[in-house]
Design a protein around this ligand. Structure first.
Ligand code: ZN
Length: 189
């Protein structure tokens, strides 16, 4: 058992005690271990190197047509409450001599999502990463998410969806941005 897992398990045991439960109760005995492993997964983004995620998957290509990857599912942890927020990311870029393997776009989302986050920063970090790595003519990122911290506590808005967006380059132009929005809203038949 790694030192990190052990520490996280100890903290979880304290949490269980503090909320008024018995960590030695049968159903809870292995819970600290499970929670520790889960949190190691939720925070994996801190240990992932973006270069190693993307490198080797960048290709030279003359195409300058918009590339859109939509409905990338993600799960992240709200940094204010350490409760999940989750939803879908839609990402587009207009190549400028370079393209990246499509699955890598989803990996970029994952690297930034598996940290303590706010949706606004997650959106901008994905945009900036793609802009930096590919130097495209423009990047667009739209994220739609539900926040359990809003749904379970406080305002209890069960169905509210928060949408954030971030753009660079050609997506600053309304026509290009509209084309992207139409593509992510289009129903595939
Ligand atoms: Zn929150």
């Amino acid at each position: 058992m790694s030192e990190k897992i052990e520490k996280l398990a100890d903290l979880t045991k304290s949490l269980i005690k503090t909320i008024g439960e018995d960590p030695n109760r049968e159903g809870l005995v292995k819970t600290p271990q499970r929670v520790a492993k889960a949190w190691t997964h939720f925070s994996q983004g801190y240990n992932s190197k973006l270069e190693s995620v993307i490198n080797g998957a960048i290709f030279n290509e003359d195409c300058t047509d918009m590339v859109v990857v939509r409905d990338i599912e993600f799960f992240s942890m709200c940094e204010h409450h350490m409760i999940p927020f989750f939803g879908r990311a839609h990402i587009a870029y207009i190549p400028n001599g370079k393209i990246v393997g499509l699955s890598k776009i989803a990996r970029v989302v994952d690297v930034f999502a598996k940290r303590l986050q706010v949706q606004e920063r997650l959106t901008c970090q994905i945009r900036d990463c793609i802009q930096e790595v590919l130097n495209p003519l423009g990047v667009a990122v739209v994220i739609e998410a539900k926040h359990l911290c809003m749904m379970m506590r406080g305002v209890q808005k069960q169905n509210s969806v928060t949408t954030t967006s971030a753009f660079t380059g050609e997506f600053e132009n309304k026509a290009t941005r509209d084309e992207f929005i139409n593509l992510i809203n289009a129903k595939l038949s």
